[in-house]
Design a protein around this ligand. Structure first.
Ligand code: HEM
Length: 534
C-alpha cells in the first residue's frame, strides 16, 4: 500500500488543504464544477452566518443525508466477492442451458454470503443460517442460485415466511435480541410449527457457526428442473461443495470471536482473496426423474426435505472460484439483487410453494430497497450478455429505447424481436386440480429426516447439538414453550430429548408431540434404497 505523501498546505485557520496537482484530479461538484475550497462553508464575513447560496455545501450535505437505503429485510449482513464459474462436465443430455453444456466455458460470477437474522451491523459468528447467493452472468442472461449453507428450510410454504421472520428477529416491543434465535418468540413459533424440526437440527449443529465463509457448503434447497431443447425435464438439486472442506468453530470460540472481532468472516474472505488464496467450490447436481421421485416417502416439492446423497449421489460438474474483492462495498455488495426467478433457458422451477412465493418476493422487495424498477441498470445487476427490450422510464432510467420504436410489433423495422429458437420456453407441465389451500399429504412427516440427520452425526457433534438446544432454549423464558420443543425432540431422538429436558431442568418429560405420519426411524446405512417405497 502506498501512502500519498503530498505535502499539506495549511490555510490561515490551520485546516489542511490538499490541492490538485500532477496526477491528482480536481475535486468537482456532482455537476462537474471545480471546487476551490472543500474545508470552509461560504459565509457573510469570516464570523458571519452561512449563506444559502453555497451550492457546494448544500449538495454535499444533501447527498450525505440520503446515503442510507433500507437494509435487506432478511440477510441484511453480507459480504460479496467476484469470480468465475467453469463447467467441467457437460449436462447437455439434460439441459439446453449453455452454462451447463459447454465444458471449459467460464462465466463471470458474483457471490454474496450472509447471515439471515441479524441487522446490517451485527456480528459474523451468530448461530444462524448462512446465505450463499450466486449470480452467474451467462451468455443467455443472469442465472441466480439464491441458496443457503443448509439443504433444507424452516417452512414449507412462503405464506409463513413473514411470520417466521417476525418471530426470529428482534421482538417488536423491546427491540432485542439482535442476531440470534435465542428468545421466546422464535421458539414459540418453532414449537408451534413442527415442520421446522428438521431445519432446527441443522441450525443447532456446528453448521450454523462456520469457521469462515470459505468452509461452508451451499444448497439451492428447492427441487428445480433441467429442461432440454426437446422439452424433456429432469429434476435437479444444486449443491456447492467447498474444495477447502467443511469447518466450524465451537460455541465458546464463536462467543469470544464475536467480542474480539465482529467482522471475523469478512476479514477472513478479504485476507484470503487479496493474498491470492482463492476459495473454490464444486457445483454438484443430484438428478432424478418423476418415477424416481414418486418412490420417496416425502414430497420432492417440500423444502424441509433433502434427497439423501446415498440414494442420489452428487455429480460434480463445475467449479466456482472467487478471485477478486469488490472495488466498492455499497455499489456491489449492498446493491446486488439476487432473485430466484432469474433463470436461463434450460432451467425451470417446480411447484414447490416456497419457491413460488420467493419468485414474487425478491423482485418486489428489491423494487423498494433499490428505489424503483431500474435496479437492473446498476452494473452489478446488469447482464454481461447483450440485452434489449422496450422497458422505459421510471426513476434512474439508463437504458431507454433509442429512436422512435418503443413497442412491438412495429412497422419501422427497429428494435429487438422475440426469438422462438433461443428464447426462454417454460416446461410444459400439465397442471390440474381443484383450487385449494391444502398441502400435499406427503408434506406431513416432520421428524424422519430430522432423526436421520441427528443419528448421522458423530458423538461430539451430537453433544454440540444438545448443548446448543439447552443454551438457546435457556434464553427462552416460558416453560411451556421449552416443553413443547422437547415434545418434538422426543420424535427425533429419545436421548437428545432427555438431555435437553435435563439441561433445562424440566420437572418432567412431556408427552411426545403426535406425529402426523409414522417416523422412519433408521438411517439407510447398508441398503440406502430401502427407505424408498417398494
Ligand atoms: C434474501 C435465501 C426463503 C425472501 C435472501 C438471501 C438469500 C436467501 C441467500 C440473501 C441474498 C443476498 O445476498 O442479497 C433463501 C433461501 C430460502 C429463502 C435458501 C428457502 C429455501 C425465502 C422466502 C422468502 C424470502 C420463502 C419470502 C417469501 C427474501 C427476501 C430477501 C431474501 C425479501 C431480501 C432480498 C433483498 O432485499 O435483496 N434469501 N431465502 N426468502 N429472501 Fe430469502
Amino acid at each position: 500500500v502506498t501512502i500519498n505523501d503530498q505535502t499539506f498546505q495549511r490555510g490561515p485557520q490551520g485546516a489542511t488543504h490538499q490541492t490538485a496537482r500532477g496526477e491528482t484530479p480536481t475535486l468537482t461538484t456532482q455537476q462537474g464544477v471545480p471546487v476551490s475550497d472543500d474545508q470552509n462553508s461560504l459565509k457573510a464575513g469570516p464570523r458571519g452566518p452561512v449563506v444559502l447560496e453555497d451550492f457546494h455545501l448544500r449538495e454535499k450535505i444533501f447527498h450525505f443525508d440520503h446515503e442510507r437505503i433500507p437494509e435487506r429485510v432478511v440477510h441484511a449482513r453480507g459480504y460479496g466477492a467476484h469470480g468465475f464459474f467453469e463447467l467441467t462436465d457437460s449436462l447437455s443430455e439434460y439441459t439446453r442451458a449453455s452454462v451447463l453444456s459447454k465444458v471449459g466455458q467460464r462465466v463471470p460470477a458474483f457471490v454474496r454470503f450472509s447471515t439471515v437474522a441479524g441487522n446490517k451491523g451485527s456480528f459474523d459468528l451468530a448461530r444462524d443460517v448462512r446465505g450463499f447467493a450466486v449470480k452467474l452472468y451467462t451468455e443467455e442472461g443472469n442465472w441466480d442460485l439464491v441458496g443457503n449453507n443448509i439443504p433444507v428450510f424452516f417452512i414449507q410454504d412462503a405464506i409463513k415466511f413473514p411470520d417466521m421472520v417476525h418471530a426470529v428477529k428482534q421482538e417488536p416491543d423491546r427491540g432485542f435480541p439482535q442476531a440470534q434465535s435465542a428468545h421466546d418468540n422464535f421458539w414459540d413459533f418453532a414449537s408451534l410449527s413442527p415442520e421446522t424440526t428438521h431445519m432446527l437440527m441443522w441450525v443447532m449443529s456446528d453448521r450454523a457457526i462456520p469457521r469462515s465463509f470459505r468452509f461452508i457448503e451451499g444448497f439451492g434447497v428447492h427441487t428445480f428442473r433441467l429442461v432440454t431443447a426437446e422439452g424433456k425435464s429432469t429434476y435437479v438439486k444444486f449443491h456447492w461443495k467447498p474444495k477447502q472442506g467443511l469447518q466450524s468453530v465451537v460455541w465458546n470460540e464463536a462467543v469470544k470471536i464475536n467480542g474480539a472481532d465482529p467482522d471475523f468472516h469478512r476479514r477472513d474472505l478479504w485476507d484470503a482473496i487479496t493474498s491470492g488464496n482463492y476459495p473454490e467450490w464444486e457445483l454438484g447436481v443430484q438428478l432424478f426423474d418423476d418415477s424416481f421421485a414418486d418412490k420417496f416417502d416425502f414430497d420432492i416439492l417440500d423444502a424441509t426435505k433433502l434427497i439423501p446423497e446415498e440414494i442420489v449421489p452428487v455429480r460434480r460438474v463445475g467449479r466456482l472460484v472467487l478471485d477478486r474483492m469488490v472495488d466498492n462495498f455499497f455499489a456491489e455488495t449492498e446493491q446486488v439483487a439476487f432473485c430466484t426467478q432469474n433463470i436461463v433457458p434450460g432451467i425451470d422451477f417446480t411447484n414447490d410453494p416456497l419457491l413460488q412465493g420467493r419468485n414474487f418476493s425478491y423482485l418486489d422487495t428489491q423494487t423498494k430497497r433499490l428505489g424503483g424498477p431500474n435496479f437492473t441498470h446498476i452494473p452489478i445487476n446488469a447482464p454481461k450478455c447483450p440485452f434489449h427490450n422496450f422497458q422505459q422510464d421510471g426513476h434512474m432510467a439508463m437504458h431507454n429505447p433509442k429512436g422512435r420504436v418503443n413497442y412491438e410489433p412495429n412497422s419501422w423495422g427497429g428494435g429487438p424481436r422475440e426469438n422462438p429458437k433461443t428464447g426462454y420456453v417454460p416446461f410444459a407441465e400439465e397442471v390440474r386440480g381443484p383450487k385449494t389451500r391444502e398441502r400435499g399429504e406427503l408434506f406431513a412427516d416432520h421428524y424422519s429426516q430430522a432423526r436421520q440427520f441427528y443419528i448421522s452425526q458423530t458423538k461430539p457433534e451430537q453433544m454440540h447439538i444438545k448443548n446448543a438446544f439447552v443454551f438457546e432454549l435457556s434464553k427462552c423464558e416460558h416453560p411451556v414453550i421449552r416443553s413443547r420443543v422437547v415434545a418434538h425432540l422426543l420424535n427425533v431422538d429419545q436421548d437428545l430429548a432427555q438431555n435437553v429436558a435435563k439441561g433445562l431442568g424440566l420437572d418432567a418429560l412431556p408427552e411426545a408431540a403426535p406425529p402426523a405420519r409414522p417416523v422412519v426411524s433408521t438411517l439407510p446405512a447398508s441398503d440406502p434404497l430401502s427407505i424408498l417405497k417398494n
